[in-house]
Structure formats: C-alpha cells, structure tokens
Design a binder for this molecule. Structure first.
Ligand SMILES: NC(=O)c1ccc[n+]([C@@H]2O[C@H](COP(=O)([O-])OP(=O)(O)OC[C@H]3O[C@@H](n4cnc5c(N)ncnc54)[C@H](O)[C@@H]3O)[C@@H](O)[C@H]2O)c1
Length: 249
C-alpha cells in the first residue's frame, strides 16, 4: 500500500473531491482526519470510510479561521500523534462579474480558498519539520492557470495557491517537505452540479474538454495519492493538471 500508516488531514473532505481523496487514501493504508465545516458531509465521509474498515475522525473546521485550524491540528495530534500529509482542498466558488462582486464576496472566496492554505500549512509545517518529512497537496484549479469569466476572486485565489506552493518549496524542500498542487478541470461534484444542470453550460464545459467525458473525484484522488506518496519525493512545486486536456488547447 502506498500510504501505509500515514496520517493525513484532508480539508473539505465532506463532499466531492475531498471525499474521493479521503477514500482513496484509506484504501492505500492511511488514517485520515476529515476536516469540513459541514457536519453532515463530514460524518457521511467517516461512515463511508468505516464501511471499508478504514480509520477516520471528523473535525468540524472552518479552514478560514486560525482558531479552527489550530484545533484541527491539535485533535489530529492528540488522536494519531503525527501529521504526515495535509491536503488543502476545501474551497468555494462564487460567480459574479467583477464590477458586481461585493467586498464581502471577494474576501469570502480568498479567505476560504487561499488564506486557508497559509493557515493550514503554517500550523502543520512545524510538525513536519520535527519529522524531516511531510507532504502538502494543494487542490488549486485550471482557473489558476487560465481565465474564466465571472470568476475573478476564484481565479485569483487559485493562482495565489499555485504561487504560494512554489514559494513554500523554496523554504521547505530542503527539509524534505514536498509541496505540490493539483489543478483539476471540470469535475462532477456539488460545486459544478448547478452548472451541469444547465444544458448550454454543460455543452460548453464538455466541448471545452478534449477527453470524451468530464472528471470524477476519483481522477483527482489518484493524483493526490501519487503526490502524497513516497513515489513523488523528487516532485516539488509541480502543478499537476488533471483536466481531460482543457488547458492543452
Ligand atoms: N469541481 C470542480 O470542477 C473543481 C475544479 C477545479 C478545482 N476544484 C477545487 O476542488 C476543491 C473541492 O471542490 P469540490 O468540487 O469537491 O466541491 P464540493 O462543494 O463538493 O466540496 C467542497 C467541500 O469543502 C467544504 N468547505 C467549503 N468551505 C469550507 C470552509 N470554510 N471550511 C471547511 N470546509 C469547507 C464544503 O463543506 C464541502 O464539503 C475546491 O478547492 C475546488 O475549488 C473543483
């Protein structure tokens, strides 16, 4: 197994991509902390993990709040004694034309998607430094690489994640902490449910994806397993694009 006895915190694991990552990690031998602000989603993921005889704990966490993130790490350390892997996955999307977006909406997206990466990494890196080993996987988006209309704060947050990932590599690769990004294309989750329910938008998203289907959470989960495993030790600051070819066009 590729993550045997590793302890992983996965934020936003109560739904979609994060839930897929949590299940894939458990199947590879990891014990996981499901960190999400949704109690319902988080508990559902833990139930699914227990059904396959895996070990998991749910911690109600708002990733944009330092107090919650500190508590998340503390509970993980109390229960499992270590933190080997952090997946910064929790995220939100808000569609607005830039001139119509409120300051509150801008702050909300930047805080949940980008500030959370700062807070989570700041909290777990000292633990990883003690072990001279660690893996941080940041779930960004192809929206951090190419523009998407009505997505100003979202694109800025995901581009910021990619830039922050590369910055952290310079500080922590020497201590054998691997930090990488995944940039998913369109993945079928709660986040894209409404977009895909609109036939014109669905047609646009499908026709923009050269591969003949849209993505599933498992597509991203397999990339996350690789970046969290020892197989990727020499991969640092990479943006692994998993998008069915969207940005290859
Ligand atoms: N679905 C896509 O097409 C797609 C594409 C590119 C990138 N992404 C990114 O993948 C990540 C996961 O998205 P998804 O599609 O699985 O969405 P999702 O809505 O299914 O899941 C997001 C999860 O994050 C949690 N969450 C949101 N805000 C939080 C907060 N402040 N604190 C803690 N938990 C919070 C939600 O409760 C939910 O469980 C996001 O960062 C998203 O931007 C998704």
């Amino acid at each position: 197994m590729r993550l045997q006895n590793k302890i992983a915190i996965i934020t936003g694991a109560g739904s979609g991509i994060g839930q897929g990552i949590a299940l894939a990690f458990v199947k590879e031998g990891a014990k996981v902390v499901v960190a999400d602000w949704s109690e319902e989603g988080g508990k559902e993921t833990v139930d699914q993990i227990r059904k396959i005889k895996g070990e998991a704990v749910f911690i109600k966490t708002d990733v944009s709040k330092a107090k919650d993130v500190d508590e998340m790490a503390k509970i993980c350390l109390d229960k499992f004694g270590r933190i080997d892997i952090l997946v910064n996955n929790a995220g939100i999307y808000r569609a607005y034309n830039l001139h119509e977006m409120s300051e509150e909406n801008w702050d909300e997206v930047i805080n949940v998607n980008l500030k959370s990466v700062f807070l989570g990494s700041k909290r777990v890196i000292p633990e990883m430094l003690k072990q001279s080993k660690g893996k941080i996987v940041n779930v960004a988006s192809i929206a951090g690489l190419v523009g998407f209309a009505q997505s100003g704060a979202y694109c800025a947050s995901k581009g910021g994640m990619i830039a922050l990932t590369r910055e952290m590599v310079l500080e922590y690769a020497p201590q054998k902490i691997n930090i990488n990004c995944i940039a998913p294309g369109v993945i079928k989750t709660a986040m894209t449910k409404d977009m895909l329910a609109d036939p014109a938008t669905k047609q646009f998203l499908e026709s923009s994806t050269p591969y003949p289907r849209l993505g599933e959470p498992e597509d991203i989960a397999q990339a996350a397993v690789y970046l969290a495993s020892d197989e990727s030790d020499f991969v640092n600051g990479e943006v692994l694009v998993v998008d069915g070819g969207w940005v290859a066009k």
